[in-house]
Design a binder for this molecule. Structure first.
Ligand SMILES: *Cc1c(COP(=O)(O)O)cnc(C)c1O
Length: 374
């Protein structure tokens, strides 16, 4: 029995660069400052410059980043926010927590991201209920949603745009990075993401100074300065250890994304004539392969086959948001979500992380190629 090839492996990057992580953590231990200090400020400057925005504000998680970004661009309790059902439930959780209603829009069956035409239909069809306030496109699996079209639809309807970039650090489309398109954007640094902490972390990016100031206040009790709460806030601070660790990771983000892209190219070539459908690529976009997601009828049969062959797989996401018991009563669907449901029934995420070896990639290809539904 060969060792299992894991689907994801956050520890591998730490192992590869252990001395740099040790030095970063030791620096924080020695500093005597553990929350919102120099490391956070430096990370914010470096991350804003990476994304190409004027501001980045560190917060405690990607979920908080979505919520605080929405609040900062003016979304309030009672508003409607258009997003998709095929996403991490975190996207929906954030919208619900601020008291808004998620309205779930159909995806494009090829790209698996929000269909701009269906967004336009959803906005036009929304005649009663919560006031439409914003759109949250999700850049799923490392591929950007169709931002040129989505921003145009949103602008003509007077809606704000908050990008969910939790899976798209370093992705781009039409010449601009994920996180630089919307009025604001949310990133997660959960340990499996392309840029990862060793715990929870997140960030909001924006070019709007007022949005940046508002997120900064809200992440710490609405404080303008210490002890002066100028607005309603929360505790959603990024800590110094996570920021120091993220600064190491950020130096390697482009290298790591390049490795992911190389692995994806090998999968594309090796699986082109297999029984699974390889992921769609857009010509004008840089995909950073947070996940390498194939599609297959008889998905569970493929997963069992892979598991028997020593290949770990995952499913992102088996149950779309509108079918989740904890949320289905808090959302609305803009239309039938047939493409969403079909994609959710067929997707399988193969192993992908920067330290996956060429031999492991070959083995994954071999196992998937041999699969015949039984
Ligand atoms: C991971 C993720 C989030 C949430 O991030 P957390 O840091 O886990 O709160 C939000 N949206 C998407 C699409 C994600 O993948």
């Amino acid at each position: 029995m060969t060792a299992l090839i894991p689907q994801a492996s956050p520890g591998s990057a730490i192992t590869e660069r252990r001395p740099e992580y040790d030095a970063a953590i030791t620096r924080v231990l020695d500093s005597g400052r553990y929350i919102l200090g120099d490391e956070v400020e430096l990370f914010e400057t470096e991350f804003a410059s990476y994304v190409g925005t004027d501001h980045a504000i560190g917060v405690a998680s990607g979920t908080d980043a979505v919520e605080l970004a929405l609040r900062a661009v003016g979304v309030a309790a009672g508003d409607a926010v258009f997003t998709v059902s095929l996403t991490a439930i975190a996207t929906i959780a954030a919208i619900v927590r601020l008291g808004a209603t998620p309205i779930l829009v159909e995806i494009d069956g090829e790209t698996c991201t929000m269909d701009p035409q269906r967004l336009a239909d959803a906005i036009r069809g929304h005649r009663s209920g919560p006031r439409p306030a914003a759109v949250v496109p999700v850049h799923l699996y490392g591929a950007m949603a169709d931002m040129p079209a989505i921003t145009q639809v949103a602008a003509s309807a007077g809606l704000r745009v908050v990008e969910d970039c939790a899976q798209a650090h370093g992705a781009a489309c039409a010449g601009s990075s994920a996180g630089a398109w919307g009025d604001a954007a949310a990133f997660s640094f959960y340990p499996t993401k392309n840029l990862s902490a060793i715990g929870d972390g997140g960030a909001v990016t924006t070019n709007a100074p007022d949005v940046a100031v508002s997120v900064k206040k809200m992440r710490e009790y609405g404080w303008r300065t210490r002890q002066v709460s100028e607005q309603h806030g929360v505790n959603s601070r990024l800590d110094e250890i996570q920021a120091a660790v993220l600064r190491v990771g950020l130096r390697y983000l482009d290298t790591d994304n390049a490795r992911r892209i190389e692995i994806a190219a090998r999968y594309d070539a090796g699986l082109g004539d297999s029984l699974v459908k390889t992921p769609h690529r857009r010509d004008d976009a840089a995909h950073v392969f947070h996940q390498y997601v194939v599609r297959a009828e008889h998905r569970e049969n493929l997963r069992a086959w892979c598991s028997d062959g020593g290949v770990g797989t995952a499913v992102h996401y088996p149950v779309p948001a509108h079918r989740q018991p904890g949320y289905r009563d808090m959302i609305r669907v803009a239309s039938d979500l047939k493409a969403t449901e079909q994609v959710a029934a067929e997707v399988v995420s193969l192993p992908i992380f920067p330290q996956l070896t060429p031999d492991q990639v070959s083995r994954v290809i071999e196992v998937v190629r041999e699969w015949r539904p039984t």
